[in-house]
Design a protein around this ligand. Sequence first.
Ligand code: DGJ
Length: 731
Amino acid sequence: MIRPVFVFVVLLCLTIVTAWSAPGDTHIVIETRRTALVIRVDKDQNPTIVHLGQRLDRTDEYARIPGNGKRGEDYTGIYNSVYTPAGGRNLLEPAIQVTHADGNPSLDLRYVRHERKSAEEGTVLTAVYLKDPQYPFEVTLYYKAYQNEDVIEQWSTIRHTEKKNVTLYKYASANLYIPAENYYLTHFHGDWANEMNPTEELLSEGIKMLDTKLGTRADLFQPPSFMVALNQPAEEDKGEVMAGTLAWSGNYQIAFEVDPLHNLRLTAGINPYASAYSLTPGKEFTTPAFLFTYSNSGKGTASRNLHRWARKFRIPQGQGNRLTLLNNWEATYFDFNEEKLTALFKDGKKLGVDLFLLDDGWFGNKYPRNDDRAGLGDWQENIKKLPHGLGHLVKEAEGAGIKFGIWLEPEMVSPKSELYEKHPDWVLKLPNRQEYYFRNQLVLDLTNPKVQEFVYGIVDDVVTKNPTLSYIKWDCNAVIYNAFSATNPNPSHLYVDYVQGLYKVMERLRTKYPTLPMMLCSGGGGRVDYGALRYFTEFWPSDNTDGLERVFIQWNYSYFFPAIATCNHVTDWGKQPIKFRTDVAMMGKVGYDIVVSKLDEKELEFSQQALKTYEQIKTVVWQGDLFRLSSPYTSDIASLMYVSESRDRAVWFSYLTKNRYKAGSTAPIRLKGLDPAKNYSVRELNVYPGTKSAINTETTVYSGNYLMTIGFNPNVDTRRTSVVLELAESK
Ligand code: DGJ
């Protein structure tokens, strides 16, 4: 049987051959359903980017696109290089900078050939081979085009066969070129419990750099995800926007350079900071992937593209199930014993969650983990707290009808630990310097294969001993201070080797435990990227679980990451009622971090019912398309909805985010993403016991057309601060 993708690839290749219309020029066309990235190779084999944006109907017309946005003279001819080499005639920010084995600090990269390789179904992989004409030094650029999702994943490999090592000073993943009138960059900044604050700025000539040097918790201050709107600031449903993110859990650098011709040059990759890489002859260095999507219908489309892509191609079981859970962290912190835990998980069962997650504090004997100053690294049950061991607890929980999961922080070590005493050389620290601690702890040297083995063993042991263990929360609370490895012969490889070491461990774990649910946590959202999310089913966005704060935090993560991977817990943070906190948590993967026995009767009844309701609606939230309706940054309320693929169901969340007199939804809100021809009934969910819905009294059925043209008022106000509505097709 001939597969449609094969036919598509063949057709595409044929089209390319006929697209060499400019004399002597080759055009390499990388297309998705709506987007095209076009590389032109001139007669001197210089590869440049001539288009990134909407795809044209006629492939042969790509040859007509003027280079450089035709704005004036490019002195070098490579402002728009596909991968700008440093040291020769380049004048701008390079993608790659090397010193050859003979000391020559320049690089020239000319096109050799390109090919399309077979890839996963629904994707087309293009490889563009470049080579230095004078040196046996090669770069291959890879572009994987996800057809239906309109996402392009780009990375490069670097290799040489020179006589000695070549030093790579910079080795970006991607180098793109986008001509437009103006560029509005939205990037994010934050800190612990304050993640993902957006800033939008108009870029001017020069370089704006996003970067991090924190090593492990790389996006604590600045995540590697951004949007650039072209010409005008992007709106939710209008305007050209590119959303990009680097799939790398370590130091990164993304440079936005508005060049002398007022075109935007983008270079994204591993941060060159303290990371000169000595590449041995014959070895290949593979950069992490840069992912981007282009939309000419605003930020909404861009995020839906990324969500679909992530669910289908990146996040483990992205189209599968997730477990609701009760976590003991905020209920007990380090102060617990078997009795307390048993009571908690029995209450978890009563509440109706699938799993009980035992957090930090269960391990360490010589240095018991009774606070955050000791015990990390000593992964044996603390005999005072858990005299019968983990296995006993797992069984007890299962006997009570609830699954069991566990917290680990495998990459870290407390200075007060047996591990540190036994293996001081396994710790990242500098000779002749005092140790600096982040949350009283140090980072293990994951560049050392012995440490990789140890870290792998932590997880493997606990799962082997407790084969029914159903969940791992993998935490990471320290940045890399004291950046030095006692065993790594190349000190400047540390930051890169660390992340590669981590990925090696994760790869092994995922091979052995392909379906084990794992949460990516880093003292909140200090590590949320698509490099790590290849291995984790979900992530912890922030330790800040105040309902109101979470509306904003989750809103911003939602530009890049899908609801199914976003862990939202109901806790006691903040002043919002439990209904508000629950409604907010339901916009992703629900969990609880409360003492269930402290809930009053109505709160418990509400929560139990909410979990049953969640069971009914979770597929729409997890797999549906997200539409943002009203932004908390520009109005009194945050409102967004998830629509099922077949558009027969939707779940609509609205929250009051300002509390001035009369704040609320004073007018109908226009819905999005529905089928105009379908009729929908509207029903309020999560109605608090003892209150009446202001909506359910309406028995009318509305057409999708009406709801999207006129809208519907969810009646959010200071008495109804959060409202969840379900729309179901009425036949
Ligand atoms: C930081 C995490 O974000 C919390 O949820 C909790 O697991 C603590 N670490 C435990 O130390």
